[in-house]
Design a protein around this ligand. Structure first.
Ligand SMILES: [Zn+2]
Length: 256
């Protein structure tokens, strides 16, 4: 789909590398200015795995797993979707896996029952903006901040007060500014290492082969639960999740 095109992982690595200097400056500014982070609603919700209350999150794009070297992070993007999110939730439940759901604000608003089901099952929320604009890195700062903060509000409201802990730019189109906005609202910028390419519907076998072949790239794996027929994704998860466990991986969340 066009909205996912044009940006491979290597392009994102290069873009991230170029951003490092600016981000380092922004990070130190942020650290210097950081007071108590406002409104950590998730900390009051016992079903949610919340980070320490007052710790500001880093503006650096997270890839690592909180389960260490053999940890993997399953991330599920572009939902929630009334057909596919329940199916993905079911597979995750069968294999006892907790995942991170990167949600589109208006879809969360339209399906609050699904957002609450995701939270109730112990998964984490991630802000994936309002419009899924993969060219957000070329847009004015006011636009970037609206895209991030409006979606955050929609997701939080749909979740009954549980806040997203991460921000993933659509297509990986982060900017130093968008990372700072997200981090200042308690959302760690979230990247990925393994793109399952499930969005392109290459067939279940191909999705499984891509994930298995690219695991040396790193622990954060990208799947989708919306944007079209995701039956291949559901079928691939049924193979990939037990395979990962057989390989000695444990399932965790991206570091915060
Ligand atoms: Zn996306």
């Amino acid at each position: 789909m066009a909205r996912h095109g044009g940006r491979g992982w290597y392009g994102q690595v290069a873009a991230a590398a170029l951003g490092v200097t600016a981000v380092t400056v922004a990070a130190s500014l942020w650290t210097a200015q950081a007071g108590p982070v406002d409104g950590r609603a998730e900390a009051r919700t016992s079903t949610h795995h919340s980070a320490p209350k007052a710790a500001p999150v880093s503006v650096e794009i997270a890839h690592a797993s909180d389960r260490g070297a053999r940890g993997v992070n399953i991330t599920i993007d572009d939902g929630p979707d009334p057909v596919w999110t329940p199916e993905v939730l079911q597979v995750l439940k069968e294999y006892g896996v907790k995942a991170t759901f990167c949600m589109i604000g208006p879809q969360a608003q339209a399906h609050p029952d699904l957002v609450k089901a995701v939270v109730a099952a112990g998964h984490r929320l991630c802000d994936h903006t309002v419009s899924h604009d993969v060219t957000m890195d070329t847009k004015p700062q006011a636009y970037q901040s609206r895209q991030i903060l409006d979606a955050e509000a929609m997701i939080t409201k749909a979740a009954g007060g549980v806040r997203p802990l991460y921000y993933r730019a659509p297509g990986g189109a982060f900017t130093p500014y968008s990372r700072k906005v997200a981090a200042s609202h308690g959302m760690r910028p979230l990247g990925w290492n393994v793109d399952s390419k499930d969005f392109e519907r290459p067939g279940t076998t191909a999705i499984v082969a891509t994930v298995e072949g690219e695991m040396p790239n790193g622990p954060t794996i990208l799947f989708h639960d919306a944007g079209g027929d995701r039956s291949e994704t559901v079928a691939a998860l049924r193979e990939v999740l037990p395979w990962l466990r057989e390989q000695g991986y444990t399932f965790g969340f991206p570091v915060r």
